[in-house]
Design a protein around this ligand. Structure first.
Ligand code: NDP
Ligand code: 8X3
Length: 251
């Protein structure tokens, strides 16, 4: 009985935290709209998970494409209960005064504007139906800047403020808003940050047991499954040997 199942939309479901969230939510009985730019990976995930999965291919930086994708949903997929705003990235790790303009634009357009476009496209339906939950993926990087993190940290600080703003604006509705702030999670994140330098990426996770995408998906599910009167506003999730964005103990 598909109609009884809740619908979740996860951005950036082709990899890492987003993929883990899509898998966890599907396992928990949600119908899942998996979105991203990579059609091959999205279709492979759909083929693996089987029924109750709908791939939607678009770039979150493209506002018109994002709006068109949501508008194109078949009727039985339109009533989205959960939006996981996960698509995002860091590019580069260098001094702010030496940073790359293209990297800056990409991070700002994806992490901030993409998240806003998705929120703007999906949340009005939640308000209209009096039901919904937005889970935004922030970061420990948004709590305090770390060396050479400048613009990426800034985008995640913006995600924190934008999430708080949404929660305030929805306070008169039953729609809940959760910010998850992970620390080190081993995904494609560092490979993307270092423009494909896999050796440099592997070093990020040396000497520490990092979090996995599943750890973050578990946290998302905890917030989603809390009783309706409970709003998990924010969770900071760190590896045991990480204390902040810049304090990491490596053995
Ligand atoms: P991954 O690189 O493994 O996954 C990133 C996902 O975002 C991919 O599915 C990617 O898809 C998607 N994405 C990137 N840009 C776009 C875009 N323009 N349009 C649509 N999809 C896009 O990294 P993570 O899973 O680690 O990152 C997920 C989120 O978690 C990010 O917001 C990141 O900032 C955050 N985060 C990560 C931490 C970590 O240590 N890994 C810690 C704290 C937060 P595609 O295949 O198309 O590139
Ligand atoms: C990702 C975690 O510490 O690499 O947001 O910025 S960190």
């Amino acid at each position: 009985m598909n109609d009884m199942k809740q619908i979740a939309l996860v951005t950036g479901a082709t990899s890492g935290i987003g993929e883990a969230c899509a898998r966890r939510l599907h396992k928990a009985g949600y119908r899942v709209i998996i979105t991203g730019r990579n059609a091959i990976r999205l279709n492979a995930l759909k083929d693996e998970l089987g029924s109750d999965v709908l791939p939607l291919i678009f770039d979150v930086r493209d506002r018109e494409a994002a709006e068109a994708a949501i508008a194109s949903l078949p009727e039985e997929w339109q009533q989205i209960d959960v939006l996981v705003n996960n698509a995002g990235l860091a590019l580069g790790l260098e001094k702010e005064y030496e940073g790359d303009y293209h990297d800056w634009d990409t991070m700002i357009d994806t992490n901030i504007k993409g998240l806003l476009y998705m929120t703007r496209a999906v949340v009005p339906g939640m308000v209209e139906r009096g039901k919904g939950h937005v889970v935004n993926i922030g970061s420990v990087a948004g709590d305090a800047a770390y060396a050479n993190g400048n613009v990426y940290c800034g985008t995640k600080a913006a995600v924190k403020a934008i999430t708080d703003g949404l929660r305030i604006d929805l306070a008169e509705t039953p729609v809940r808003v959760t910010l998850l702030k992970p620390g080190l999670v081993e995904t494609r994140f560092s490979e993307v940050r270092f423009h494909g330098d896999t050796d440099r990426a592997a070093n990020v996770y040396k000497g520490i047991v990092p979090l996995t995408g599943d750890d973050i998906a578990d946290a998302a599910l905890y917030a989603l499954q809390a009783p309706a009167h409970v709003q998990i506003a924010e969770m900071l999730i760190l590896a045991t040997h990480q204390a902040s964005g810049s304090v990491i103990y490596r053995s």
